[in-house]
Design a protein. Structure first.
Length: 327
């Protein structure tokens, strides 16, 4: 007796989203007479799946930080609804499962980093035995020495060191969902690399990460999906392939070989002495076979498509022109 076949919907049911918001809008009244209305967030709808790393991009004043604050319940939206970890926005019961690094974190200046992390752990009700184990692990993860963390007060730290401390604080409770507002801010290239590796490690652990950043090269490496917010509106979202398109050509450079064999087959072909370059629109195996037959030595080969930075600038200019949004 055959069993009733399972429907595709039942067999591949989508996991419950960690973040789901619909029509989120926030308005403020400003000015001396409160007669001016500002809307940093307008009809914002978004879903982020469990285990996903989502990057929210946008110019200054576009509504990125307001979005995070609404999601965390720090700011109450004027309209719209949503859930975080299956609970309504603002529900306090999910705080234990969430980590947050603000864009401009505030620290108790006269505490050491070690004392500050102990304080943060106590806020979450973590026992001393666990903190003694977790704090050194987090300090190593973010690139701060235990000696510095124990002895030096936070008021002596550089911007980059404070950012590292803030990242350790955001992870002290081993959160399921992590919000990072400009996590690369104030970091040197080595610090950026380490922060990027931390986010990638969270991704490997199956954590859900939602972050804002102006460092688009890092976003391209880290994110499963990205969204672009301009003037409070989410104007684009999707994977990089969705937004930028798949590569349709390769840029190849090399020297030597029987150049005449592929001179007519490479677009924008140029040659200078024994060095040459051009673009190929066919398949990669076919290109490699052609170069091998020609006896050419390839010095550089990369696929070409619009970069995330080019896409970002193009979209912002199309909507705003060349005038930046005021913060």
């Amino acid at each position: 007796m055959s069993e009733t076949p399972t429907s595709p919907t039942e067999a591949f049911a989508a996991p419950e989203p960690v973040i789901a918001i619909t029509g989120l809008t926030k308005t403020y009244r400003t000015g001396f007479w409160l007669n001016k209305v500002v809307s940093p967030l307008k009809d914002f709808s978004l879903t982020v799946a469990r285990g996903e790393t989502f990057g929210l991009l946008g110019p200054n004043g576009a509504g990125k930080t307001t979005t995070i604050k609404c999601l965390l319940g720090i700011v109450e939206p004027t309209r719209g609804s949503g859930t975080l970890l299956g609970k309504p926005l603002g529900d306090r019961s999910i705080k234990q499962q969430v980590g947050y690094l603000p864009e401009n974190p505030y620290f108790y200046d006269y505490l050491t980093a070690w004392e500050f992390l102990q304080f943060a752990g106590k806020v979450f009700g973590l026992p001393n035995s666990l903190l003694k184990e977790r704090i050194p692990q987090l300090l190593e993860l973010v690139g701060l020495s235990i000696d510095t963390a124990r002895k030096k007060q936070l008021r002596t730290y550089s911007k980059g060191m404070l950012q590292r401390t803030g990242m350790a604080q955001a992870l002290i409770n081993d959160p399921e969902l992590v919000f990072l507002d400009e996590p690369m801010s104030g970091l040197d290239p080595m610090g950026r690399y380490q922060m990027r590796e931390i986010i990638l490690s969270l991704k490997q652990q199956g954590k859900t990460v939602f972050f804002n950043s102006h460092i688009l090269a890092d976003v391209e490496v880290i994110c499963n999906r990205v969204g672009l917010i301009i003037g409070g509106k989410l104007v684009h979202q999707g994977t990089l392939d969705d937004l930028l398109g798949e590569s349709k050509s390769y840029r190849v450079q090399g020297h030597g070989g029987a150049v005449e064999q592929f001179r007519d087959r490479l677009e924008h072909f140029s040659i200078q002495g024994s060095h040459w370059s051009g673009e190929w629109s066919g398949s990669l195996p076919e290109l490699l076979s052609l170069l091998n037959q020609a006896g050419a030595l390839v010095t550089d080969l990369h696929w070409q498509r619009q970069s995330l930075e080019e896409f970002f600038v193009e979209q912002v200019r199309a909507i705003e022109g060349d005038h930046p949004v005021s913060a």
